[in-house]
Design a protein around this ligand. Sequence first.
Ligand SMILES: CC(C)(COP(=O)(O)OP(=O)(O)OC[C@H]1O[C@@H](n2cnc3c(N)ncnc32)[C@H](O)[C@@H]1OP(=O)(O)O)[C@@H](O)C(=O)NCCC(=O)NCCS
Length: 176
Amino acid sequence: MAARNRLPPWHEMIRTADGREVLIRPIRPEDAVPLGAALPLLQPDELHGSFLQGQAPTAATLERLSKPDPRREFTLVASEPLQPGEAVIGAVARVGVLDGTGQGEFAILVGGFLAGKGLGRHLMRRLVRWAKGKKLDRLYGEVAEDNQPMLALAESLGFRREATTAPGYVRVVLDL
Ligand SMILES: CC(C)(COP(=O)(O)OP(=O)(O)OC[C@H]1O[C@@H](n2cnc3c(N)ncnc32)[C@H](O)[C@@H]1OP(=O)(O)O)[C@@H](O)C(=O)NCCC(=O)NCCS
């Protein structure tokens, strides 16, 4: 996978191993509608454990996701290289800073048609870079204990496992 071109901050054109051109960029308000169209196409088990917590996305959720507060939230999407609003969204990754703490909680969702092509790893690395730039102490995520792909990805990026009170979940933590 190769990144190219001079683009605005946090924008990258990526070519996946199977030749797809994907634009990684911060989410935009115009993405609310395409995001709403994309999420129902994902499998329930893809939504499970993600930032939607298995819920169908409501208009209010899409509005909130597509307008992150820049002081405490960072959300990237992987989209077609078209105008926001016209481009299909294939993946979303976000960090939200917990108020009054140095902790950020991440969530990530890569659509099945883009899975296994290195995008999840790439997006996680960008979330870590953002969290370090914000001088956060730690980045963590709640992951279903049977979510082997996410646990393996987190572990390979240096996250350690921690117990959490949510049954069936583990917390993966990266000290920054
Ligand atoms: C977990 C997820 C983000 C991985 O994204 P992806 O783009 O498919 O992952 P990548 O192609 O970048 O692979 C990265 C690593 O993930 C792990 N992985 C990915 N798919 C896997 C699979 N089917 N089985 C086991 N490990 C897998 C591997 O460690 C892989 O590293 P490798 O390529 O060196 O073997 C994606 O499957 C997803 O969105 N799942 C549903 C939502 C979710 O579970 N979110 C996490 C909770 S916040």
